[in-house]
Design a protein around this ligand. Sequence first.
Ligand SMILES: Nc1ncnc2c1ncn2[C@@H]1O[C@H](COP(=O)(O)OP(=O)(O)OP(=O)(O)O)[C@@H](O)[C@H]1O
Ligand SMILES: [Mg+2]
Length: 253
Amino acid sequence: MRPELSADTARTSRSALLALRDVHTHIGAYHILHGVDLVVPRGQLTMLLGRNGAGKTTTLRTIMGLWHPSEGSVEFDGRPIGELATPQIAALGIAYVPETMGIFSDLTVKENMLLAARSAKRAEQMDTARLEWIFKLFPAVEKFWNHPAGKLSGGQKQMLAVSRAIVEPRELLIIDEPSKGLAPAIINNMIDAFAELKRSGVTILLVEQNIHFAERLGDTVAVMDNGRVVHAGGMAEFAADEALQQSLLGLAL
Ligand SMILES: Nc1ncnc2c1ncn2[C@@H]1O[C@H](COP(=O)(O)OP(=O)(O)OP(=O)(O)O)[C@@H](O)[C@H]1O
Ligand SMILES: [Mg+2]
C-alpha cells in the first residue's frame, strides 16, 4: 500500500462530519436513491443542488432516519447511523428543518422555541445568551415572541424554523430550501444569518434552488440527478463553470 494514499484517506475521514456511501433508498415499491455518495466536510457549508425530483429531500430524510437505506452506509462523525431511529439521530447533535418547517401554528413563538429546547421545561430555563444571539440573527423571533406562530409571514416562519433548530448547540444543521417562496430582501437577511451561523463553526447541509443563495454561502457543492450525486466539488469552481451548471441544472448561475 502506498503510505501517502492511506494518510490521505485518514485525513478525508477526519474532515468529513457526515458521509453517505452508495446509499439506496426505497419508498414502498419505488427505488428513489440509486447509490448516493455525499461527503459533508466539518465546519463547512455544503450545498445540495439539483432539479425538482432529483432526490434531495429523500437524501435528507434518509440521513435523519425518516427513511432507512436499503443498501449503503450513512456515517456521522465516523459512526454508522443508517439503522438508528430519528430521535436517536437528532440526539447525536443533528438538527433538521424540513421543507414544511415543522412549526406549531397554534402555539406562540416562545412555546415553539421551548418545545425545541430539550434541556428546558420553562422559558426561563432557556440559555439566555444563546437566545440573545438568535434574536440578533432573526429579530422577528424576538418581536413576535408572544404571538401565535401561525400569524407570522412565510419568511418569519422560516426564520422561526431555523431558530428552533439552533436553540441548543448542534454539530450539524440540515435545512431543506430555507429560501423557498421568500422575497429577495428576506432572502438577503437569510443569507446574512447563515453567514453568521457559519462563522459560529456549525457544519451545515443546505438544499437550495436559489442559485444566488447557493453561490454566496456554499463552500462545497453536490449536485443530484436521478437519485445520485452527479457532481461534487468546490462551490467557487462550480459557480465559475457555466457550461457545467447548464448541463447539470439546466441553468447557469
Ligand atoms: N413519499 C413518496 N412516495 C413515492 N415517491 C416519492 C415520495 N417522496 C418522493 N418521491 C419521489 O422521489 C423522487 C425524489 O423526490 P425528492 O422529494 O427527494 O426530490 P427533490 O430533489 O427534493 O425535489 P424538489 O426540488 O422538487 O423538492 C421524486 O420522483 C418523487 O416523486
Ligand atoms: Mg425537495
